[in-house]
Design a protein around this ligand. Structure first.
Ligand SMILES: C[S@@+](CC[C@H](N)C(=O)[O-])C[C@H]1O[C@@H](n2cnc3c(N)ncnc32)[C@H](O)[C@@H]1O
Length: 250
């Protein structure tokens, strides 16, 4: 098992291929509309755990001044190449500081779970609160530990440079404790020879009730369905949700 930082150093070259079925445009557009509806309307944006910067690319196109924060330098190098207009910083999202607060903070692809423990997640929300301007907005997606099905996985394939790739990912929660695992596998076939790469790393596990309790001291919290095409309240059953959090006055 690799640390998540070593993992993303390994993965960085394949990361965009692995995520080629993710609709980054729809996610960014949803966060932008929510900022217009519920946030302070400002255009300073920070993407936490920004990876190779696919969301930042869209926010720049919407007219935001963007910054990206990530713990992994190879991922940040790819993000900088994709978005030369943005500022990038190598920091841990659980204890970060900004020179100037921003209006909108996003954190997608369940990356908020990279906070290593509930204690770190609390510190992450405290850092986000300090980093937001008055009325600023936090938008992130999360998975509820008690709704994880250990048998289900997401699978897709892609063709690149005369190789065929099969990517698979799935959550695993052992039913107790504050850790869940993300299981990843990549199978690369070139000229009938298949190489398989597998990893499993731990992330923080929370129920949605626990997550809300952590957020409430800092934010007015809206839970939406995990649907980037329309704004719909969370149905109280689904294990995935979009959290939209408006900074409370201090
Ligand atoms: C699944 S990728 C998501 C990247 C991007 N948000 C996306 O939607 O494609 C997770 C990213 O989180 C970063 N990461 C992991 N732990 C972190 C931490 N404690 N602070 C900041 N970034 C972290 C990794 O380096 C990686 O780039």
């Amino acid at each position: 098992m690799l640390s998540s930082n070593a993992l993303y150093t390994d993965l960085s070259a394949y990361y965009d291929l692995m995520c080629c079925d993710i609709n980054y445009l729809a996610q960014s557009n949803m966060a932008h509309r929510l900022q217009q509806l519920l946030g302070n309307g400002g255009n300073n944006h920070l993407d936490l755990a920004c990876g190779t910067g696919p969301h930042i690319r869209h926010f720049i196109d919407y007219g935001y001044q963007c910054a990206g924060l990530d713990l992994n330098q190879p991922m940040l190098d790819l993000a900088r190449a994709r978005c030369p207009q943005a500022n990038f910083m190598l920091q841990d999202m659980c204890s970060f500081t900004l020179k100037k607060p921003v209006d909108l903070i996003t954190c997608f692809l369940y990356s908020i779970h990279y906070s290593a423990s509930i204690h770190s997640l609390k510190q992450c929300f405290a850092s986000i609160y300090t980093a937001l301007n008055a009325g600023g907005l936090l938008v992130f997606n999360a998975v509820a530990k008690d709704k994880i099905c250990n048998l289900s996985a997401v699978r897709h394939s892609a063709q690149f440079d005369s190789s065929h790739f099969i990517f698979e990912s799935g959550w695993h929660y052992r039913g107790e404790g504050e850790q869940q695992a993300l299981k990843l596998s990549i199978a690369k076939t070139t000229a009938n020879i298949t190489e398989v790469w597998q990893d499993q790393h731990t992330m923080v596990a929370v129920s949605f009730a626990e997550l809300q309790a952590l957020l409430i001291p800092y934010f007015d919290v809206h839970m939406l369905a995990h649907d980037y095409d329309k704004i719909t309240p969370w149905d109280t059953h689904s294990g995935n949700a979009l959290f939209v959090c408006v900074k409370r006055p201090s």
